[in-house]
Design a protein around this ligand. Structure first.
Ligand SMILES: NC(=O)c1ccc[n+]([C@@H]2O[C@H](COP(=O)([O-])OP(=O)(O)OC[C@H]3O[C@@H](n4cnc5c(N)ncnc54)[C@H](OP(=O)(O)O)[C@@H]3O)[C@@H](O)[C@H]2O)c1
Length: 292
């Protein structure tokens, strides 16, 4: 391939409209690097549940950022992601950057399976995203005034999705990251109560943390009509990773980027400034029963 062709060959970003993928795409585009989004709404569409969409998405790309949906901890994720990695390698796209999950058995099976595909791999193994509170299911909790989770008082070193994207982009654009496993955390351990307090302070609204059991959490979610498979996934995640096994810091951001990770307080300040927590309080209070 000539230098010119290389410069116009896109990088495939799976989950390119999601929390990390969107940021990866923004950064690559800002550097003038062409990207191809890989998701159901992209052209060509990419669907993890429809393998016939995989080859067209891989056609003519030079590397790929692989974030699996819904979660690398879901039983069966390893087989699916491994099949994608094998296809990528066999299609001449061996350079993969995989987003993994920290402290999850199935997520580690995903890493091993992708490694076994023979890919030129960088693993970005991440802990809980701070952005779960602003761009995912915990946003509703913040807006309702109660973050109701079966997380007890286990501390978690929340990581900023901006740091994840910075590491992923470094890996996608510099071959020296091939073969590396970067375990990413923020710089500080925070209980969910402390994280909620930081959000409340930054957002200037009343939000409190309400610890519940996994069973209470699942029952309240079912009452609100949350689909069964989503409840199962969340219950699995909470029982799997919030038993203290992740309650320590890692140095992946420092090793990959040569700088400190962003602090949760910086995340909370920026998210508050974006207005995402400005909506009126929500009437649904999932924890009403359990907090009574
Ligand atoms: N949240 C955390 O705290 C955390 C921590 C560690 C690891 N992780 C891992 O992060 C990964 C998710 O990354 P993310 O949070 O950046 O993504 P995300 O915000 O969950 O975004 C979802 C993306 O996936 C696409 N998508 C949805 N269904 C799809 C399907 N069937 N096939 C293909 N694409 C689909 C969506 O676009 P369309 O709707 O257009 O398809 C969107 O681009 C998971 O593997 C999870 O295990 C998360």
């Amino acid at each position: 391939m000539t230098g010119n062709t290389q410069a116009t060959t896109p990088i495939l970003v799976l989950g390119g409209t999601g929390k990390t993928g969107r940021r990866v795409v923004q950064r690559l585009r800002a550097r003038g690097i062409p990207t191809r989004l890989g998701s159901r709404s992209a052209q060509p569409p990419f669907d993890w549940d429809d393998r016939s969409t995989w080859a067209p998405a891989l056609d003519g790309v030079k590397s790929a950022y692989v974030s699996y949906y819904p979660d690398v901890a879901v039983p069966g994720a390893a087989e699916t992601v491994a099949a994608f990695a094998k296809l990528a390698v066999n299609s001449g796209v061996p350079r993969l950057v995989l987003l993994g999950g920290r402290g999850e058995a199935e997520a580690e099976r995903v890493e091993q399976a992708v490694r076994a595909s023979g890919a030129d791999l960088t693993i970005v193994r991440s802990t809980w995203f701070a952005q779960n509170f602003s761009e995912d299911y915990m946003l509703e909790h913040v807006l309702s005034g109660e973050v109701t989770l079966p997380a007890g008082d286990t501390p978690e070193p929340f990581v900023d999705a901006d740091d994840i994207a910075d590491v992923a982009v470094a890996a996608l654009t510099d071959e020296r990251h091939i073969g590396q496993l970067y375990e990413l955390t923020g710089p500080r351990l925070l209980t969910f109560a402390a994280a909620t307090a930081e959000i409340a302070k930054a957002a200037g609204r009343e939000v409190r943390y309400v610890p519940v059991s996994v069973e209470e959490y699942a029952a309240a979610a079912a009452e609100q009509g949350v689909p069964g498979e989503v409840i199962d996934l969340l219950a699995y995640l909470f029982s799997e990773v919030l038993d203290g096994r992740n309650a320590h810091l890692a140095d992946g951001v420092q090793r990959a980027l040569g700088r400190e990770p962003r602090d949760f307080a910086d995340f909370a300040r920026d998210a508050a400034a974006s207005g995402v927590w400005d909506a009126a309080p929500m009437s649904i209070r999932p924890s009403e029963r359990s907090s009574a």
